[in-house]
Design a protein around this ligand. Structure first.
Ligand SMILES: [Zn+2]
Length: 473
């Protein structure tokens, strides 16, 4: 009998377990149906000039789906500021935005920062491999609306746990492990980058011990472009960088290490390696590699120039170039400019030749490019210092440059003014932004009155318009 009792008990237990399983699966099924009913979509904010079909095309969906998900009626009018749910990016949350892949970004870090599954980011950005996330590539991301941002958590130091690091950051450990898509705080590793909610973004995507932020600025990088690497450290670290074989020098400016670099205008567009090393006071070293994209500057090609063959490649020209090169070489450690630069001419729009245009001379097979910005004299002939600096070169009557001035602005950044009619400063003068320094002329190798305004970084000419359009740092 005892056996029967046991059997019936087992039977009852089995029925009970089955009932529980059925109810769990019914519950899960219900949850699933609910989730499907409340599918999350990111929103796109309509801007002036958008059309529904263009938005559908841009975000890989169809007009029909866009209309259905957003319940658009036949007589609805699309207005700037309207929000549209984007059905193709189901699972992304927030407002759709585009950004350039930043230094230190990976699929994991982008997923943590945007709180989006990596697979959805892969789909939205048509990535076939995570290695396609080159610095400077444009990607579709989402941002949050309520003013809350994601900022990098201070790096987990070797020997420290995620728990300790999160306690030090003053946030809830489980909340942080959830945000960072860790199944448990125990899964947090040193030398990985984690994010936490914050009122402001530090812009950094690479968490290294002792480093508050590390940023490659002025993306996307282009031929003839300026770049800036900014490193904010809380201990005296030594930093080196190599970007497409350019090794910018880091200078400490008020506790932030700044390295300005210029990309040669003739650099082939493509993907180049960036390597950075951080050496700590105890001698330990951290090395970081990522690929960076250099895009075309879309510079036009000028008609071949016919010049007196005797005037090209002369000894006088070579001597002049060598002399100027030496003046542009030193990296003075004080930043003498402040914010946005002004145009050195009275009419900033009076541009007669852009930086970067390709030039050939006579039958010379060599390709050259315009190393500066040519400004005419539409409103007047005065030439002003565009930013603070020190006059380090006053060269009258040069074969190529005519009457020429060179100003050192610090950190390897120099400006040159060529073909002047008059020079109104002396070597050693400290000039302020907007100070009169010369008069436009047509001295040296020049075909008519104009100012050739050139910006060099470590001796590489860069597009001057960059400095007139955005403030560094
Ligand atoms: Zn020029």
């Amino acid at each position: 009998m005892a056996d029967y009792t046991n059997l019936s008990k087992r039977f009852l237990a089995a029925r009970f377990i089955l009932a529980v399983l059925v109810s769990i699966s019914l519950f899960l099924d219900g949850r699933l149906k609910q989730a499907q009913a409340q599918a999350v979509y990111p929103e796109y904010v309509v801007v002036y000039g958008d059309t529904l079909s263009w938005i559908a095309q841009r975000f890989d969906t169809t007009l029909e789906q866009l209309i259905a998900v957003n319940n658009i009626q036949p007589d609805d009018v699309l207005r700037p500021g309207d929000r549209l749910k984007i059905p193709s990016f189901e699972g992304m949350q927030g407002i759709l935005t585009t950004e350039y892949v930043a230094l230190g970004s990976s699929l994991t870090s982008l997923s943590r920062r945007s709180q989006t599954d990596p697979e959805i980011l892969v789909r939205a950005n048509r990535l076939t491999s995570p290695s396609e996330l080159f610095i400077g590539r444009e990607i579709i991301m989402t941002k949050r609306e309520n003013g809350s941002h994601m900022t990098t958590m201070p790096a987990i130091k070797p020997g420290q746990s995620f728990l300790e690091a999160s306690v030090l950051s003053g946030k809830n450990t489980w909340l942080l492990s959830g945000i960072n898509r860790l199944s448990s705080p125990l899964m947090g590793m040193p030398s990985d980058t984690y994010y936490m909610p914050s009122n402001s973004e530090n812009g950094s995507n690479l968490a290294l011990p002792g480093i508050k932020s590390i940023i490659l600025d002025n993306l996307p990088l282009v031929q003839g472009g300026t770049f800036l690497i900014k490193v904010e450290a809380d201990q005296p670290v030594e930093i080196t960088a190599d970007l497409a074989s350019i090794q910018p020098t880091f200078v400490d400016v008020g506790g932030v290490q700044m390295a300005y670099g210029g990309i040669n205008a003739l650099t082939e567009p493509g993907v180049y390696p960036l390597t950075m090393t951080v050496t700590y006071p105890d001698g330990s070293e951290y090395r970081f590699d990522q690929l960076v994209m250099i895009s075309s500057g879309n510079y036009p090609t000028d008609k071949p120039l016919e010049v007196d063959p005797q005037s090209i490649g002369t000894e006088a020209e070579k001597a002049e170039n060598a002399k100027i090169k030496a003046v542009l070489a030193p990296i003075t450690p004080i930043q003498q400019w402040d914010g946005l630069w002004y145009s050195p001419a009275q009419d900033a729009d009076c541009i007669i030749s852009q930086f970067g245009s390709r030039r050939t001379y006579n039958d010379d097979p060599g390709v050259y490019y315009h190393t500066g910005l040519d400004l005419g004299y539409c409103k007047g002939t005065d030439v002003y210092a565009p930013a603070g600096g020190t006059v380090v070169g006053v060269f009258p009557n040069q074969v190529v440059r005519g009457n020429c001035i060179i100003i050192d602005h610090g950190l390897g950044v120099y400006t040159t003014y060529m073909h002047l009619n008059e020079i109104l400063v002396h070597e050693g003068d400290v000039v302020q932004s907007g100070q009169l320094i010369g008069i436009i002329g047509t001295t040296g190798r020049s075909t008519g009155p104009h100012l050739h305004f050139q910006v060099d970084i470590h001796g590489t000419p860069v597009n001057p318009l960059t400095w007139l359009r955005r403030a560094f740092p």
